[in-house]
Design a protein around this ligand. Structure first.
Ligand code: SF4
Ligand code: FES
Length: 245
């Protein structure tokens, strides 16, 4: 079958404004969007720039916007889209565009760093004689956050990022903090909850659920954010309700 792709192009060395190029290629319904990008680059235009590495939904590097929705190009198939319509492929929204489909991830990692992932976990004052074990139930509390591949799709889909002029910490950073706050082996969850309460932190989240809808790892992002809000209320503001903060 023939597939037409309309792809965002921008070369900072030659272009003052972005534009779109359209390519029609031969593809199979089971081909992935990433296969199509490869085909364009290998057969039609070797200057097309995009990121990819694992090609199997593990590394998160090929996150792009497909028909306006953030997704991993290696996870979406041609048959997921209408065969009669052009497929629009653009860089992730809210990320500075570096070239074609490549974005600058520095602002994203700045958000992640703002929750202080490098804080040494205050695990125990008692000298350890063996590894710190978790029960399956304790591990299950952080399973979702551990699955995150830091692809950025949730941030590109989050309406609050736009509403708060890119100042909002974003769903991926809150999810990362959730991992530390709910880890049964750590004892610094109170400090970490205070970090999340900084301006443009967790209380900016309005539960639009867009992060959950687009997450390629099927993480219940919004649910984990709500659980974290409830824990903060319970432990730091017991006299308040979620809506009051
Ligand atoms: Fe990507 Fe999901 Fe992690 Fe967001 S929560 S960065 S969408 S894997
Ligand atoms: Fe690694 Fe798609 S290329 S997730």
């Amino acid at each position: 079958m023939k597939v037409t792709l309309k792809i965002h192009r921008f070369n900072p060395e030659t272009d003052t404004e972005p534009h779109y190029d359209t390519f029609t290629i031969e593809a199979n319904p089971n081909d992935r969007i990433l296969d199509c990008l490869n085909k364009v680059r290998w057969e039609l235009d070797s200057s097309l720039a995009y990121r990819m590495s694992c090609a199997h939904g593990i590394c998160g590097s090929d996150a792009v916007s497909i028909n306006g929705t953030p997704a991993l190009a290696c996870q979406k198939l041609i048959k997921d889209y209408s065969s009669s319509q052009t497929i629009l492929i653009e860089p992730l929204k809210f990320f500075p565009n570096v070239k074609d489909l490549i974005v600058d991830l520095q602002p994203f990692f700045k958000r992640i760093k703002s929750i202080q992932p490098e804080r040494p976990a205050q695990t125990s004052t008692v000298p350890l004689e063996k590894e710190r074990l978790q029960t399956p139930e304790e591990r299950a509390r952080i399973d979702d956050a551990v699955k995150c591949i830091l692809c950025g799709c949730c941030v590109a889909a989050c309406p609050v990022i736009l509403e708060q002029e890119q100042r909002f910490i974003g769903p991926a950073a809150i999810l990362r903090a959730q991992k530390y706050i709910f880890d049964s082996r750590a004892s610094d969850s109170v400090e970490r909850m205070h970090v999340l309460e900084k301006p443009y932190g967790i209380w900016g989240c309005k539960s639009y659920y867009m992060c959950t809808l687009v997450c390629p790892k099927n993480i219940k992002v919004t649910e984990q954010i709500i659980k974290t809000k409830k824990k903060i209320i319970h432990e730091l503001h017991p006299s308040k309700q979620v809506g009051e903060l």
